[in-house]
Design a protein around this ligand. Structure first.
Ligand code: 4AD
Ligand code: MG
Length: 430
């Protein structure tokens, strides 16, 4: 008999098929048992009628516990009332294993308990939906850049120097040297952009964030394009087209998952270019008018970002931050060197900064000066300075935090559910 996956079961109406999976849930009304079976691709209700199957099959069905693994055979029927539109009239059943005392039951559990059982929690319907949306966001991101002739260039994970400040580095022995887990692939993408023109990397990045917030992971994934001969304006345009593309693909292909997550999709449908652009100066004004205690020159906290974003129903670019609070590589505005030609993209509804990026310094002397101001050792960055010696060109790029984007798209307040196995300040298990 043909083994079919539940998400494809509609191609087999009227046929007898075999599905291989696990028992998600079960109801019984004496002479009929309703098995909710999942196989990773979807769920389906299997109906076991006492008068229609062998007595052992009915007894086996009765013995099934939550998450027991089973191979089920039956006839596929259309069923309008079923969420998937189909139902299985069970004819036969093999038990692969009986699961005893599965720790996650349909009742409510605390978050710490669920995170301790993350390896099992991933099987739950809501977590399943989040991971499928994550998969869709990754797919759409790759597609967006591939369609535009960007080349995927992988950045190293073990690196000799910092990209985003020395305070959040994870350090490790590297034979007789010290290595750091990459905070960002950007510096390597700059080298790659000079070789290939338009590039991007997608990989894990690491930051020892010492504060405990709902927006910070120690290990998160970033998608980082870098483009030669691109300025800040072009960089923002690329970002809004990119973000709108991802949202469009999720709306198109993952509407069922968004519904499971009870996401208000009208908020996502509004995300079409152009996105509003405000300067840091204007953002500070908005904050001060709203009673936030912030002075020009200070960085925004999560609460500040929410106040700014709440003024818009699309993501908003905040550009030209003070040079003093941004990374060493950001290009100061030639007209006003106290601010940089960089931008952050803040998601609506209080999900915070999802993208950081901007134009990079292309002048070797200025770059050296900025590195000295940041106390960065020139020898470790000699190769990076080379990029400014041999055919330096204006160039820009950005990094989108995958988990931040997913939290926003799914409507999840905390990043911990957006990644299969979150690394948090107090958690490296499981
Ligand atoms: O703003 P960031 O620090 O920028 C960079 O790393 C640049 N080098 C990227 C580039 O231009 N190629 O980080 C970029 C994004 C943030 O906007 C945020 O979405 C995410 O990465 N991010 C984090 N996400 C989860 N946990 C953390 N600890 C994060 N830190 C940054
Ligand atoms: Mg940033």
């Amino acid at each position: 008999m043909e083994h079919v996956y539940i998400n494809r079961i509609g191609e087999h109406v009227g046929e007898e098929v075999e599905i291989k999976g696990w028992l998600y849930n079960k109801r019984s009304s004496g002479k009929i048992q309703f098995l909710i079976i999942r196989d990773g691709t979807d769920m389906i209700q299997g109906v076991v009628v006492k008068s229609e199957v062998d007595p052992e099959v009915f007894e086996d069905a009765r013995s099934l516990t939550q998450e027991s693994s089973i191979v089920v055979r039956g006839v596929v029927r259309e069923e309008e009332r079923a969420p998937s539109g189909y139902e299985l009239s069970v004819t036969d059943l093999d038990i692969v294993q009986i699961a005893e005392d599965y720790p996650i039951t349909p009742k409510e559990h605390g978050v710490e308990y669920l995170m301790n059982n993350r390896h099992l929690w991933l099987r739950s319907q809501k977590q399943h939906a989040v991971m499928l949306i994550r998969n869709e966001v990754i797919k759409a991101s790759r597609e967006f850049f591939d369609n535009r002739d960007f080349v995927l260039i992988d950045a190293p994970i073990l690196t000799p120097a910092a990209c985003e400040g020395t305070t959040t580095l994870f350090e490790t022995d590297y034979f007789d040297e010290t290595a750091y887990l990459s905070q960002s692939g950007q510096l390597y993408m700059e080298a790659a952009a000079m070789a290939f023109g338009k590039v991007y990397c997608f990989g894990p990045t690491f930051r020892a964030e010492k504060s405990k917030t709902r927006r910070h992971l120690m290990e998160f994934w970033m998608i980082e394009p870098e483009v030669a001969y691109l300025d800040m304006e072009g960089n923002m345009k690329l970002q809004e087209e990119f973000v709108a593309y991802i949202i469009q693909k999720v709306l198109e292909n993952r509407s069922k998952e968004l519904e499971i997550l009870e996401r208000d999709t009208s908020k996502l449908e509004a995300v079409v270019p152009p996105f509003p652009r405000i300067s840091y100066d204007e953002a500070v004004e908005i904050l001060q008018k709203n009673g936030a205690e912030i002075k020009w020159g200070e960085d925004f906290g999560g609460g500040d970002e929410t106040i700014i974003a709440n003024h818009f129903d699309k993501p908003v670019f905040v550009h030209r931050y003070p040079t003093a609070i941004k990374a060493f590589y950001m290009k100061p505005d030639p007209e006003r060197p106290e601010v940089v030609l960089g931008s952050d993209l803040l998601a609506p509804e209080g999900y915070g900064e999802i993208i950081g990026g901007g134009e990079r310094i292309s002048d070797p002397e200025l770059l050296k000066q900025r590195m000295a101001e940041h106390d960065l050792p020139e020898d470790a960055y000699a190769w990076y300075l080379d990029l400014r010696r041999f055919g330096s060109v204006p160039h820009s790029g950005f990094g989108m935090g995958l988990e931040r984007a997913i939290a926003w798209i799914c409507g999840l307040p905390h990043l911990r559910e957006t990644i299969p196995f979150a690394r948090l300040i107090n958690r490296i298990y499981p």
